[in-house]
Design a protein around this ligand. Structure first.
Ligand code: DAH
Length: 339
């Protein structure tokens, strides 16, 4: 018994000495002192020891146990101390290293222009609404007086998903959706992405943005349309901006117009920005066609209204004097950081 105990002691202390991490210490503890541990087994076999030897043997077992426990404890502390020292060493911060520069993001020029534009119309009491980019032919064309086989459909050729569903070619699609809801009067602004199968160049992209405006109420006249857009142009491009309404044709408005503004760069004298003419075309608009009102469930005898569509990229490029639309989409930091 005595030899067995000293053998356990010697072997265990040697193992503890060699242990390199806490889990090994724990394994040793279990293997020796655990319920089925070696020393515990010895204790269990005390019944085989002659009664007169029992106190002596018992004392020996306790001594060995204590000895091992102390060693385990010591070693565990040493291991933890070493691990901590190692960690401190690893986590030392070199305060002399140069810092990591944080780059703050900011709004894209398109977004800045949109927010400037929206602010003016919100001030006039407009509500901002949005419509789906994947749209029914019905809203994108039919309810806007562009029936199947209408030539205007070819001009705005797009990406069809099925015969009746397409990527919208214009935010005008939101007009019919809002009118159809039957809540009058209407005074909305609807910005969003539109799609056309255009080749990419300095002024074209297969995906760009428009901002649609629609007002329907009693006694709305062309004077309201002109006053509204003239006021917006002054607030957006500068107080001296003049507007010019040129007759045009859109299937969903009658009469229709295109609007030019005096060049904000040269004030109308003619320069590079306005290509020498003094004027810049910025949007399409008109009085909502009575047939469109009717198709959307509004009585044209009682109500009238106007609509307009602004190309967002177009006014962004103009306002910030950017000469290539592609720059807005390329995400080149050297370009974006200038705004
Ligand atoms: N949707 C037209 C286009 O994409 C622009 C437009 C013209 C919108 C006249 C209108 C409008 O609301 O009344 O070319």
């Amino acid at each position: 018994m005595k030899e067995k105990l000293s053998a356990i002691k010697e072997q265990t202390l040697a193992k503890i000495e060699q242990a390199q991490d806490a889990s090994v210490i724990n394994d040793i503890k279990v293997a020796i002192l655990g319920k089925k541990g070696e020393l515990t087994q010895v204790l269990k076999s005390m019944k085989d020891v002659a009664p007169e030897d029992r106190p002596k043997v018992g004392q020996m077992v306790n001594e060995v146990r204590q000895n091992i426990e102390e060693k385990l404890d010591e070693k565990l502390k040493a291991i933890n101390r070493a691990a901590r020292a190692e960690k401190m060493k690893r986590e030392t911060i070199d305060v002399t290293l140069p810092g990591v520069k944080k780059i703050d993001g900011h709004r894209h020029p398109n977004q800045t222009a949109l927010e400037d534009l929206e602010r003016v119309f919100i001030g006039m009491g407009y509500e901002i609404v949005s419509g789906p980019e994947v749209e029914y032919d019905k809203y994108n064309f039919e309810l806007l007086n562009i029936p199947a086989n209408h030539p205007a459909k070819d001009e705005q050729d797009t990406f069809y998903i099925t015969k009746d569903i397409l990527l919208r070619t214009q935010t005008s699609s939101v007009q019919a959706r809002i009118m159809e809801q039957g809540k009058l009067p209407i005074r909305i602004l609807s910005p969003g992405r539109v799609f056309r199968s255009d080749e990419v160049d300095a002024t074209h992209s297969p995906s760009f943005h428009q901002v649609e405006g629609l007002v329907i109420d009693k006694n709305i006249t062309m004077a309201d349309l002109k006053g509204t857009l003239a006021q917006w142009a002054k607030e957006f491009f500068g107080p001296n901006t003049k507007t010019k309404f040129r007759p045009h044709h859109f299937p969903f408005t009658e009469p229709s117009a295109e609007v030019d503004i005096t060049c904000f760069k040269c004030g109308g004298k003619g320069c590079r920005v306005c290509k020498g003419s003094g004027w810049i075309e910025i949007l399409g608009c008109g009085m909502v066609h009575p047939h469109v009102l009717e198709m959307c469930g509004i009585d044209p005898e009682e109500y009238s209204g106007f609509a307009f569509g602004i190309g967002l990229e177009r006014i962004t490029l103009l306002k910030y004097e950017i000469d290539d639309m592609r720059l807005l989409y390329e995400n080149d930091m050297r370009f974006l950081q200038q705004w």
